[in-house]
Ligand binder design. Structure first.
Ligand SMILES: O=P(O)(O)OC[C@H]1O[C@H](O[C@H]2O[C@H](CO)[C@@H](O)[C@H](O)[C@H]2O)[C@H](O)[C@@H](O)[C@@H]1O
Ligand SMILES: O=c1ccn([C@@H]2O[C@H](COP(=O)(O)OP(=O)(O)O)[C@@H](O)[C@H]2O)c(=O)[nH]1
Length: 596
């Protein structure tokens, strides 16, 4: 072979090698950017039902790629899953908090308030997409005046797309069930934020009575024997069992929005077995993280006579199977909301003017309910630590804390409010001047548009919960930043930290660490901000709230079909079945119940 021949061979091999390397890099990058492109949401490949594949094929038919379908879970995806996999099923959502509150105004009119609640932010678009019925406590001062004679009102106002069915509670019921058992007992128990849980017999009785009242309402609203009931949160641990007893064919999907503690902590609750028994009336019990799902399973294992199939994430108890899974909740990608807001620069100018932020000072924001689990005081301590360790930062940062009033009649919340005001005042006295206030505390409810304007004006968003199921503020901040700028400081104890890995992850109990993270955020260059923000935006956009709900519905459809199949099989295989019946093949039986 000539010299040129050898050279040619070397060149061919080199280019083949380079191509292989390039393909390898592209695949790795694709996998990194599309972590679940090959699997369906929820419980991984095992829920890759034919149903889901069909939904995806439909997207392909419409000219969209499978990849686009996976990242574009939308209202249409939900409607399709319902139509194809759970036909004729009525969706009923049950929560304590209602999505729209009607209040009387001073001049005798009625104003509409969307409450500060991650549960509402997440469930509202889902109920709209499913055209369902939402049953909730009617706590607004004008709530009774706008309902029809069946206590129903069509919402959202102006674009009615679902029914809000209000349930009325007496002051005693509200005090015992909501303020007492739910918020003085279960809330601190599950969050382990070092506020002692209080368990009173009278609160438990009210809790049970109110759960029964909601069960009556679910039964009254159900159009047939087989609704899909989406039970929300720790206010209704007994409700799934109560529904199961009266509507045995219902699909009951219970979502626990807050953490579930380990079994030792859970054992503090005097009614622990009743709570577990109640929840195990569900077809599915969902949590934000696998860790909380595992804690729940361990609690069942310790306190209940049950069989646990860990590989299938299934618990058999009292002749019924309950799936226990993690389904990380999310938000609707805010396309419409952002269209209605000014651009980033204008938001910055408006917010800085409104709160008199001096030029040259960076703006940190915190947005939440005034709740002791959110770590608001810990933020103040971290700011002070920053000023002590880096005195040159005094004058260069303002911290704006929006804290919507919440559960304000409870002593723990009143005390927190006073402490926050005192702490903010002390910091302002110590480090402020006539032209500079390092802390601005606004203890008022803000609308979603106002909240998003703040996110868009911020240089840094602080989410420093001591413990939080998910925390949607973190996801909303990321979604609001179409300029790909801004830094998120995120507590490792918020469920969101499992997904938003490019945030600066902090331990809110460690003031020194938090102050250094604040410094890092305050001095981070635009390129690094963009790189981190871009990745977090992909995650939130791809794992939107329709994916959360769609995953649960697909799992529910699978369960229903399996249940139906068991029933059909039992029918065919009963000992005295007519000759010939039991030769019907499994294939035909599956077809009969809709398995494809
Ligand atoms: O209804 P409130 O008593 O005023 O409280 C508001 C909501 O707080 C809790 O939200 C939780 O759900 C969010 C969405 O899943 C999650 O991101 C957050 O971590 C949780 O704290 C509560 O669980 C809801 O029931 C309340 O409506
Ligand atoms: O004044 C406020 C403060 C908060 N929020 C909203 O309340 C929700 C809080 O949800 P998150 O999951 O962070 O916590 P939760 O309050 O549910 O525990 C988010 O959608 C915020 O945008 C609001 O609408 N107005």
């Amino acid at each position: 072979m000539t010299q040129y021949g050898v050279l040619l061979l070397v060149l061919i091999f080199a280019s083949l090698g380079l191509s292989a390397f390039a393909i390898f890099i592209s695949i790795s990058r694709y996998r990194r950017n599309h972590p679940r492109a090959s699997a369906l949401p929820g419980s991984g490949e095992d829920v890759a039902t034919e149903a889901a594949r069909k939904v995806l094929r439909e997207f392909e038919k419409n000219g969209q790629s499978v990849d686009a379908a996976l990242v574009t879970w939308s209202p249409d995806t939900l409607r399709k899953i319902l139509a194809d996999e759970l036909p004729d099923a009525q969706v009923i959502v049950v929560s304590n908090r209602e999505p729209y509150i009607h209040n009387e105004t001073k001049d005798g009119g009625v104003e509409l308030v969307v409450p500060a609640s991650g549960l509402v932010s997440a469930l509202e678009p889902i109920t709209r997409a499913c055209a369902g019925t939402w049953i909730a406590y009617g706590g607004g001062s004008a709530d009774q005046t706008v309902v029809d004679r069946n206590d129903r009102v069509q919402v959202p106002p102006g674009h009615p797309s679902y029914t809000l069915r209000r349930v009325w509670l007496s002051d005693e019921e509200y005090q015992g069930y909501y303020l007492g058992f739910a918020n003085e007992g279960l809330w601190p128990l599950c969050h382990i934020a070092f506020t002692r849980p209080i368990f009173r017999e009278s609160d438990w009785e009210a809790y049970e009575a109110v759960n029964r009242k909601f069960a009556d309402t679910v039964v009254a609203e159900a159009r047939n024997e087989r609704p899909i009931v989406l039970v929300q949160d720790y206010h209704f641990a007994l409700l799934p069992r109560m529904i199961r007893e009266r509507l045995p064919e219902a699909i009951v999907i219970t979502f626990w929005h807050i953490p579930w503690p380990n079994s030792e902590v859970f054992s503090i609750c005097p009614w622990r077995e009743r709570i577990l028994d109640g929840l195990l009336g569900s077809s599915i019990v969902g949590f934000h993280t696998q860790y909380h799902a595992n804690n729940f399973t361990e609690s069942v294992d310790r306190f209940m006579e049950s069989r646990i199939e860990r590989a299938d994430a299934a618990i058999s108890y009292g002749g019924q199977v309950t799936l226990v899974h993690s389904y990380p909740i999310s938000i609707e990608w805010p396309v419409e909301l952002l269209k209605a807001l000014p651009n980033i620069e204008e938001c910055r100018v408006r917010v800085r003017k409104r709160f008199r932020i001096p030029a040259g000072a960076k703006l940190c924001v915190g947005v939440e309910r005034l709740d002791y689990t959110k770590g608001i005081l810990d933020r103040f301590h971290a700011l002070e630590e920053l000023f002590i360790r880096h005195p040159e930062m005094v004058g260069k940062v303002v911290f704006l804390q929006v804290a919507a009033p919440s559960r304000g009649t409870l002593p723990a919340y009143k005390q927190l409010h006073e402490e926050c005001l005192r702490c903010a005042e002390e910091l302002n006295q110590r480090y402020g001047s006539d032209s500079y206030q390092p802390v601005v505390m606004v203890a008022e409810h803000h609308s979603q548009a106002a909240v998003y304007e703040l996110y868009r004006a911020a240089d840094i968003c602080l989410v420093t919960s001591l413990h939080d199921g998910m925390n949607l503020v973190a996801k909303e901040f990321v979604a609001s930043r179409d300029d790909e700028q801004g830094v998120l400081l995120l507590s490792t104890f918020a469920g969101a930290s499992r997904e938003l890995l490019e945030a600066l992850i902090v331990n809110p109990y460690d003031a020194a660490m938090m102050s250094e993270a604040m410094l890092q955020a305050l001095t981070m260059g635009p390129d690094e901000q963009r790189e981190r923000m871009r990745r977090m935006r992909e995650i939130v956009r791809d794992n939107n709230v329709y994916r959360w709900a769609g995953s649960m519905l697909l799992d529910a459809a699978r369960l229903r079909k399996r249940g139906d199949l068991d029933r059909v099989t039992a029918l065919y295989e009963r000992p005295n079945a007519p000759t010939g019946d039991n030769v019907v093949s499994m294939f035909e039986r599956k077809q009969a119940v809709g398995f494809r």
